[in-house]
Design a protein around this ligand. Structure first.
Ligand SMILES: C[S@@+](CC[C@H](N)C(=O)[O-])C[C@H]1O[C@@H](n2cnc3c(N)ncnc32)[C@H](O)[C@@H]1O
Length: 260
């Protein structure tokens, strides 16, 4: 599946000149799509396992965007776990309220997470935003802080996602954008009257597939981070018509408590 080379093409949402409202529309769409597609149930066992193996009592979600699949996943966990949502550029529009959910008000760089944000770090659909050195810095920061980290990617560097999968994105955006809450009339105009969002989201989706780290890339990322007392493991599980690729890093010995 990862025979294609990894290409770090540019994503519009990463560009400083790209309007913030379009970037926020993209992550709000992504969160809604994942919720409606039932991805919460798919990633919940990974989160559950990360919590159980690390002993963490809180989830610190990095690169949260519109909340990703985490809020839906939370409903499938055996016990309620507090969640802190963080991002370098927090999405101010997405609806991410609920009991036990905190939106961190300050920007948080996933490569330098403040010490007070202890807990299981989760990174959904975002490791591919970093070039290899940056991606390794995200992993190293967690390791040096002694905090477990779970990375999950739903995009894939495969022919099917890069062709048929991408062609469907504009159509999916047309139907998912009206489901985003709260409703933003501008986003609906930029979807149905002037189809800017279907095109920008499709481009970023296509580029995301090219940038995704497959299992071999993950091996290369963590190889220099191998150290005694720390476990890196990864896998690729079926999820609907595609796969979910995950990486879990954690201290070998379950700590008494890791989190608030
Ligand atoms: C594709 S979105 C993923 C959003 C969400 N996790 C999901 O699954 O829908 C990538 C997110 O990474 C964030 N991001 C990019 N670089 C970052 C960094 N250095 N530190 C923290 N967040 C970053 C962006 O602001 C964006 O919200």
């Amino acid at each position: 599946m990862t025979a294609l080379p990894r290409l770090h093409l540019f994503e519009l949402a990463d560009q400083p000149w790209f309007p913030r409202t379009l970037a926020d529309a993209g992550t709000a769409y992504l969160a809604t799509l994942q919720e409606k597609a039932g991805l919460g149930a798919v990633v919940a066992p990974l989160v559950e396992r990360g919590l159980a193996l690390s002993g963490a009592t809180r989830i610190v979600d990095l690169c949260s965007g519109g909340g990703g699949p985490l809020l839906a996943a939370r409903e499938h966990l055996a016990a309620p776990v507090p969640v802190v949502l963080t991002d370098l550029q927090p999405n101010v529009w997405a609806d991410r309220t609920g009991p036990g959910i905190t939106v961190h008000p300050e920007p948080v760089d996933a490569t330098a997470v403040p010490a007070e944000l202890a807990g299981l770090r989760t990174v959904f659909n975002a490791l591919h935003h970093f070039r290899p050195e940056g991606a390794r810095a995200v992993l190293r920061d967690a390791q040096e802080a002694g905090q477990p980290i779970l990375v999950v990617e739903l995009s894939e560097r495969g022919l099917l996602p890069l062709t048929v999968g991408t062609l469907f994105i504009p159509l999916v955006v047309l139907f998912v954008m009206p489901l985003v809450r709260p409703v933003r009339p501008l986003w609906l105009v930029l979807t149905w009257l002037l189809p800017v969002l279907p095109l920008t989201i499709a481009w970023d989706g296509w580029v995301s597939h090219w940038r995704t780290y497959g299992p071999e890339d993950l091996d290369a990322l963590v190889a220099p981070l191998a150290r005694e007392g720390w476990v890196w493991e990864h896998g690729r599980d079926p999820a609907g018509p595609g796969h979910v690729t995950w990486l879990l890093g954690r201290p070998e010995v379950t700590p008494r408590s890791s989190g608030a």
